[in-house]
Structure formats: structure tokens, C-alpha cells
Write a protein that binds this ligand. Structure first.
Ligand code: M6R
Length: 364
């Protein structure tokens, strides 16, 4: 059931501290603060490339992971959506790993992409929430997420559990490739173990986010901006908003603004800027100032330091705890989800069963 919540989506958003905690403890030695992933059929130290393929929200988890694998493990990563990847006849490297991310494990395009990668001699690793699924069965190995059943069509807790597993895999790869010593491993693991508590802190801002969403619900178009791992977070924020509130929303890399989308900006377009003070903050803030100079109404999601430095001209701010580049995507997912949820609530749409959408897309 929905517990005390009005919708499955709300229940699933509020479950995140618990299911992230569960997923972490499955893959961490908590006595020792060390990684404890199952043995995988891949040697990260000699791997030439990782190809990550998925659809929708799962693809944005993969897109965040690209930043982690490249920065932490110095491992080249390609990310694509399955419906494009499967038909573009991509040449694949010898000794490559293909990673598939899917809550349901049944998404038709993702499964077809998996079969293509197998034909191309890739090792197949899948991150699934449903372990008795087609994608799980056809993989060389799976690393399950422990989100529990996700009923709401909008993916929330499955997304952050996918991010959690991908973060752990990136750390494992970094370790195998000599870029993470024992002390750094312990520190990273400890930071991840703090995520459930930091998530609870964000969830405590629910009322404030609801008030901001009340205004957002009157908009016709909304822009989301971010840089680095917050770029896929902007894409995810826009998808979540359009999917359940039917408001047109676009996510952009903040640096792309001046290459077109800034033409859209006026006082009627709210712009959600996702900018932790730790990740490319000054660059993002300068894009935000361009938006404000055009009359755009900025909703800034940042930490205390970021809000202190750049929040004064924003129409609204959402403060989240300070976090590093590994944990930020996990923490920043929550305000983005709550903003979409409360906007849909204010519009009175069917949050758990949005029109035209299915939970699991088993057709091409
Ligand atoms: O079951 P999957 O993770 O493979 O599903 C992928 C997408 O269909 C899914 O994430 C979709 O984008 C969600 N409705 C987004 O909230």
C-alpha cells in the first residue's frame, strides 16, 4: 500500500534513505568501510572502454556515471539511449564492457541493445531492480538494486539506487586501476554511508518545496540547467516534471544556454539551476546571471555556501546539505523529484499513472 502517503510516488520518494541504505550495505563491508561488490566477470584494470545503454531515467543514471568512471577511474565511457544505440551499428572495442541499467529489466530497446553488444563480443553487466527479468537472464553478471517494487510510473527510488550501484562500481574500477588507495576507499565509502542521513535532511524541506512548486505549476515552460553530473540531473528534472505535470520542460547543460535556449528566457519562464558549491559552481552561476539579466525567474538548488554566494537574486532557493562530487547526484535527485511531485499535485494530474505512459515499455 501507500502507507501514510497520497501516492506511490510520494511513498517511494520518502523511502529513499532506507533503500539506499539497504543497497549500500549489500555492497559495502560496514565493519571496515571497504567495498564488497560481488566478483565480476571483468578486469577493470585492463578494460578498454565502458558502454552504458539504457532508456529514460535509467539512461540519466548512466549519464551521471560517465562522469564518475572518467574522473575517478580514468576509464573512457560511452553513454547512449537504447533506441538510438541499437540501430546505429556502433563499432565496439575489444575487451569492452557493456553496462545496461533498467528498473524493470524488460525494456525492449535496452534488451535489443544488450543482444547487439553480446554479438559484438562485449562482456555484459546489468543493473536491474527485478532480478527475474529478461535483461538479468541474458547478462554475464548482474548487480541488483535493492529499491523494492516501484509502482509509480515516474522512477524515483530506482533511479537513486541505480546511482548508488554505479558509484560503487566506479570506485571499484578506480581501485582496480590504481586511482584509489585504501585510505581514499574508506573515505569514499564513509561518504556514501552518510547519504541516507543527508537524504532525510532534504526530505525535511518538503513543505518549502511544495510552496515553490505551487508557483511552478502556473508555468507553461520550465528550463533546468546544470554542469558536470548536474547536467544529467537537469535532464532528469525536466523529464520528471513533464512526465507527471505535463508542463513543457527542457534540461540543458548550463554552458549550452548561449547557443540557443537563452532566446526562450523571459519573466514567464522559471529556470531551475542545480549548482552545488563544489562542482563547477562559478561557471554555472555566470550562466544563471545571464538568465536573471533576461528577467528569468531562477529557482536555485544549492548548499549553504552556494546560496550565500549566489542566492540573493533568485526567486526561490532550496538548500541541500554540502556534499562532494560522488554524493551530490544522489542528494540533488531528491529536491528535483519533490519539485515535480508537488507541481503535479498542484495541477491535479494523475501522479502515479500519468496519461499515455506505461511503467514498463516492452514495445519498441
Ligand atoms: O524499466 P526501465 O528502467 O528500463 O525503464 C526505463 C524508462 O522507461 C523509465 O526510466 C522512464 O523514463 C520513467 N517513467 C521515468 O520516470
Amino acid at each position: 500500500g501507500k502507507g501514510n502517503h497520497r501516492h506511490f510516488m510520494a511513498k517511494e520518494i520518502f523511502e529513499q534513505p532506507e533503500v539506499i541504505g539497504h543497497t549500500l550495505t549489500e555492497y559495502i563491508d560496514t565493519m571496515d568501510n571497504r567495498l564488497a561488490l560481488p566478483s565480476l566477470p571483468v578486469d577493470f584494470s585492463t578494460l578498454s572502454r565502458v558502454t552504458i545503454v539504457a532508456c529514460g531515467t535509467a539512461s540519466y543514471a548512466g549519464h551521471v556515471a560517465k562522469y564518475w568512471f572518467e574522473q575517478l577511474a580514468r576509464l573512457p565511457v560511452e553513454i547512449d539511449i537504447a533506441s538510438e544505440f541499437r540501430y546505429r551499428e556502433a563499432p565496439m572495442p575489444a575487451n569492452g564492457l557493456a553496462v545496461f541499467v533498467s528498473q524493470s529489466g524488460e525494456t525492449a530497446d535496452t534488451l535489443a541493445a544488450l543482444r547487439y553488444c553480446r554479438e559484438q563480443g562485449q562482456k555484459i553487466l546489468s543493473i536491474v531492480n527485478v532480478t527475474e527479468s529478461s535483461i538479468a537472464r541474458e547478462s554475464d553478471a548482474i548487480v541488483p538494486t535493492y529499491a523494492g517494487p516501484e509502482i509509480g510510473v515516474a522512477s524515483t527510488k530506482a533511479f537513486t539506487c541505480q546511482l548508488t550501484v554505479l558509484a560503487l562500481l566506479a570506485l571499484e574500477a578506480a581501485k582496480a586501476r590504481g586511482h584509489l588507495n585504501k585510505a581514499e576507499e574508506r573515505l569514499s565509502v564513509r561518504r556514501l554511508m552518510e547519504v541516507p542521513r543527508l537524504m532525510s535532511d532534504v526530505l525535511a524541506h518538503d513543505d518549502l518545496i511544495q510552496a515553490i512548486a505551487h508557483n511552478l505549476s502556473k508555468a507553461r515552460d520550465v528550463l533546468y540547467l546544470g554542469r558536470g553530473p548536474m547536467y544529467p540531473m537537469a535532464l532528469e528534472g525536466a523529464l520528471k516534471l513533464k512526465e507527471i505535470s505535463y508542463i513543457h520542460a527542457e534540461g540543458y547543460a548550463a554552458g549550452e544556454l548561449k547557443h540557443g535556449p537563452v532566446a526562450l528566457v523571459d519573466e514567464n519562464v522559471p529556470v531551475v539551476v542545480i549548482a552545488p558549491s563544489t562542482v563547477l559552481f562559478d561557471k554555472t552561476v555566470s550562466n544563471m546571471q545571464v538568465v536573471m539579466a533576461r528577467g528569468g525567474r531562477v529557482i536555485l538548488i544549492s548548499d549553504k555556501k552556494g546560496i550565500g554566494a549566489a542566492g540573493k537574486d533568485a526567486v526561490a532557493v532550496i538548500e541541500v546539505p554540502e556534499c562532494d562530487r560522488l554524493t551530490a547526484p544522489l542528494i540533488y535527485s531528491l529536491p528535483v523529484q519533490l519539485l515535480a511531485y508537488h507541481t503535479a499535485l498542484a495541477k491535479g494530474t494523475d501522479v502515479d499513472q500519468p496519461r499515455n505512459l506505461a511503467k514498463s515499455v516492452t514495445v519498441e
